[in-house]
Write a protein that binds this ligand. Sequence first.
Ligand code: PMP
Ligand code: GLN
Length: 391
Amino acid sequence: LTKRVTGAGASAWDLHSKALQEKSEGKDVIVMSVGDPDFSTPEKITAAAKDALDAGDTHYTELTGRYELRDILAKRHSRLTKQPVTADNVIVLAGAQCALFTSSLCIATQGDEIIALEPMYITYEASICVTGATIVPVSQLAETGFRPDIKAIEDAITPKTKAIFLTTPNNPTGVVMTQTELEKIAQLAQAHNLWVIADEVYSDLIFAGEHVSIGSLPGMAERTVTISSLSKSHAMTGWRLGWAIGPRHLIQAMEKIALCMLYGLPGFSQEAAKVALTDLANEPKRMKEIYHKRRDLTLKSLKPATTLLPHCPQAGMFLLVDIRSTGLTSREFAENLYSQTGVCVLDAEPFGHSAKGHIRLSFTLSEEQIVEGCRRICEFCDSLSQQKTFA
Ligand code: PMP
Ligand code: GLN
């Protein structure tokens, strides 16, 4: 067999899978590892899907997504970015993940280099390397709060650089890039004729700062593919409803891959998406308030653990925590924490070199579970400190 998916990300979910398995067998497990909202998809959205199924919407659909849905997405994008896009600039795919993979396949090939700012979302490495291109990770350091290092990005550009993968808000750091940071990256992209693959799946869940789409900046629409989904904004991870918006020639190339790989998304999923984006356009505001409260509760509940140093996220549903002063590696921390307390967090190192010594904790749980999970984490850290004292 060929080995298409390589890199640390390929095995990053091992402990999480084990925790899910043991939870289903009745073990007292608290899953703080995955960014899957604990809310149900709003009823009105689910009802739209049921109605579509009852009406016989069970056949192949348009390969690039239904026109009405693409039109809604185009109008939304135009409103947010002031860029005059139409439904022809939009392709609807199976989640942001599928959009990242497909755009990567269209943009890069063997011999190209793609810059990705790390810590980065776990699947980027494989999504880039599957094209034959080489990934060039650029570190954003914990010491600078993981803010983009413009000089390091500029230094990483070579004649082979084809694109930059950009995530704002970021998973796992929760950093929201400022307009100034994005303008500097946009300048580099234009000066070196680069594509920007902009992953914006958390743009509706910002607590501090403001979302700026790099595609809205002057001269960027023609070189940017903007990717998002309903997974996080509407608690719809399982519906696999995402999209990419970009220049027509790129979307046309993506359509060809979608034809061979996907052959259209389920109609009922798309009908549900239409309702999510129209009648429930304000739903993310409600979710954002809840996540904001949970973020603050998580930070407060971790306070007793003085060996932990959490990085306060500006957005999203994750908290990166520096665990270096516990004396364990992040892998040891995650494994021992799980075996001793049943709390599952992610070793953050697979997100990139600069996340070494950090764990990622998700706050997509109820307040009671957050409090209990953090209590167990604090107790675990306490026992580590005591072991050190007696050693
Ligand atoms: N990008 C980032 C940064 C993510 O965290 C995720 C996971 N939610 C994805 C893409 C994939 O999202 P989707 O469920 O839309 O495929
Ligand atoms: N994006 C989510 C996370 O980072 C979910 C990923 C997944 O289920 N594989 O946790």
